[in-house]
Structure formats: structure tokens, C-alpha cells
Design a protein around this ligand. Structure first.
Ligand SMILES: C[S@@+](CC[C@H](N)C(=O)[O-])C[C@H]1O[C@@H](n2cnc3c(N)ncnc32)[C@H](O)[C@@H]1O
Length: 221
């Protein structure tokens, strides 16, 4: 048998020290909550971890997910939280009036331009849109960031999960899709549809997008 190569060794190390690349960004979101906190919507809420973390901060938290199993898991996860509800309604059918909309590893499942336009309509002035996104590497810059993520991944795993996991158990999965729109293209769409949006490349093969909907202008004459 051939000895495992560096990629297989890295995979094995990552498996022994697992961590969620999505949950890792919950703190980033919670540090950026908007001033008004009446209603938050987490689109593509998956197993509901972020809904539970946002619940203490908002009057009402709505999770949406197109997958019935995920909605069930979210509802179970948030069963003791009366201000959290979960729906299968698509973005296009949600009622407007949100102070925060979040998408963690979800934007690449949606039509980018439609989703950004709809978010802008749903948010109240002063409301915030926070995205943790995935994008395929298209430029040398993207590839370098992915390389840095690949190298730091096991180090972060060792810090977050220092005791090796030898159980072989995998956490229950969720629907995934390969991202197709590169970072520069996401940025160009965001800058045109959400003026003032900030996009930042991050570790963990992710980028973040942050946008606050401008307050309405008042006529002075
Ligand atoms: C990669 S998972 C991320 C789940 C969760 N946000 C997290 O961070 O763990 C993507 C989620 O988006 C959901 N999804 C995919 N297309 C969707 C759509 N059009 N509307 C709402 N949710 C969608 C999937 O069912 C899945 O739960």
C-alpha cells in the first residue's frame, strides 16, 4: 500500500479536529446587529443554530429553508424559543419589514441579482444584510486565499477541538451546492445593487458581505 500523500494526511488531520466553517461566523454576525431589533430573518437556516443565537436579541426571528428536513431540525432546535418561527416560503414571498437578514453559506444557492434586489426591498431603512458566502476561485488572488485557508484549517481545528475525535461520527448534513459566481463578480453585483456594501475575503474558504440600508432622505425645501 502506498503511504498517504500530503492531501490525504491533511484530510485525516481535519477529520480528527473538526469545526463548523459556518458556525464559526456566528460571532461575526452577533457583533454587527442593527440598532433596531424588531424582526430578523435567517434565510437558509439549516439546523437552526443561528436562529437560537439571535433569539435573545430580537422581538421576532424567522428562519426560512426550502428543505423540509432542515425546517424540522430548526423547529426542534428552537422549540423552547417562542419568538422563533420557521417557514418554507421563498424570499420572494416574505413580507417586508426586517431589521436584519442573514445568509450563511446560502447566497450561492440563490439567483444572485434577484436575491440582492429582494433583500433590499425587505429591509427597513437602517436594516442590515449580513452574508457569509462561498465563491469558487477564479483569480490568483482567490487561489492564494484558498491556500491560506487550507493551511490554517487544521490549526484552527486544533485550537477549537484540541482532543482528537476518533468517533468517526459525522454531524447530520444539510443540502449543499457548489458555488459558481466568483468573488469579484459577487462584489460587482453587490456594489451595483447594494451601494456601500463591503465584501471581505475570509479564512475558512468564506467571504463576508455587510450592507446597511440607507435611511430615507428627508426633503428640506
Ligand atoms: C450549506 S447549508 C447552510 C445552512 C445554515 N445556514 C448553516 O450555516 O448551517 C444551505 C442551506 O440553504 C438552504 N437552501 C437552499 N436553497 C434555498 C432557497 N432557495 N431558499 C431557502 N433556503 C435554501 C438549504 O436547504 C440548506 O439548509
Amino acid at each position: 500500500m502506498r503511504p498517504p500523500g500530503p492531501a490525504a494526511a491533511l484530510d485525516a488531520l481535519n477529520a480528527r479536529h473538526p469545526w463548523s466553517h459556518n458556525d464559526h461566523f456566528h460571532g461575526w454576525i452577533l457583533r454587527r446587529l442593527p440598532e433596531h431589533r424588531r424582526r430578523a430573518i435567517d434565510v437558509g437556516c439549516g439546523r437552526g443554530g443561528l436562529l437560537a443565537r439571535m433569539a435573545p436579541h430580537f422581538d421576532e426571528v424567522l428562519g426560512t429553508d426550502s428543505d423540509a428536513e432542515m425546517r424540522h431540525r430548526s423547529a426542534e432546535r428552537c422549540a423552547g424559543l417562542p419568538n422563533v418561527s420557521v417557514t418554507g416560503s421563498p424570499l420572494s414571498e416574505l413580507s417586508p419589514g426586517a431589521d436584519l437578514i442573514t445568509m450563511v453559506a446560502v447566497l450561492h444557492h440563490l439567483d444572485l441579482a434577484d436575491a440582492l434586489t429582494r433583500v433590499s426591498d425587505l429591509l427597513d431603512p437602517g436594516g442590515r444584510f449580513l452574508v457569509v458566502g462561498l465563491a469558487p476561485p477564479a483569480t490568483l488572488h482567490d487561489q492564494l486565499w484558498n491556500l491560506v485557508s487550507a493551511v490554517t484549517n487544521p490549526v484552527i481545528g486544533l485550537v477549537k477541538h484540541p482532543r482528537p475525535d476518533r468517533s468517526g461520527r459525522q454531524p447530520p448534513g444539510f443540502p449543499v451546492a457548489d458555488p459558481t459566481v466568483p468573488f469579484d463578480e459577487v462584489r460587482a453585483h453587490a456594489e451595483s445593487l447594494l451601494p456601500g456594501a463591503t465584501l471581505t475575503r475570509r479564512l475558512a474558504f468564506r467571504y463576508t458581505l455587510e450592507w446597511t440600508k440607507p435611511q430615507r432622505r428627508h426633503r428640506t425645501t
